[in-house]
Design a protein around this ligand. Sequence first.
Ligand code: URA
Length: 236
Amino acid sequence: MERLDKVISVALNMSRSDARAIIKKGAVSVNDRIVSDIGLRVDEKADELLYNGEKISYNKFVYIMMKKPKGVISASDGGSEKTVVDILPEDMKRKNLFPAGRLDKDTTGFMLITDDGDFAHRILSPKNHIPKTYTAVLDKPFDENVVTAFEKGVELKNDVCMPALITSLNDDNTVAQVTIKQGMYHQIKRMFAKFSIAVLELERTKMGGLWLDLSLAPGECRYLSQNELLLIEKRN
Ligand code: URA
């Protein structure tokens, strides 16, 4: 049994306060009775919930886009360190949430947090070639050698990277947009380090075909819609 406002917020991908507002407005019914008690305990499997007369299907899993700030680690249990799951708003927390993929502690940007293991596996498996795009601020400009090497696949100590795309986002080639299809440890920093270029700032801006929501401030997050999930699995 869960509180009605929590069930509605998860099922309709809305904040807990929006869920409370629609319940108070009388737009939600439970087993054919309009309810206004936001704390009513409901059994989402047995009770029939309607919103404006339409059946609400309870989402088995949740998918959250966070703009990861610096200084938190992308894990669900960080020991003494703060994790991306720790900084979720209280009303979005639930059991078994984990970050789908790793970003370094000092990397910012698009972090997907979910409790759907199969989905996470699909988007992270290098076999599925889901691209991830980053903006990297560099300590010196990159040149044509770097472009060619990235496009061929940079050889790192024990790994050969899959071909990556790199374009410049400023006039002097010190801000790069890089798209990779793997998630190897410190991959982008190591790819640039091969050319003696240090990455000063790194932000993930896109997963699959879905861009980071620019209205999110560092540390903020929101639920993703079904269409946005489909975009993540798209390869462009
Ligand atoms: N590549 C890196 O070097 N760091 C990240 O956090 C992500 C990709």
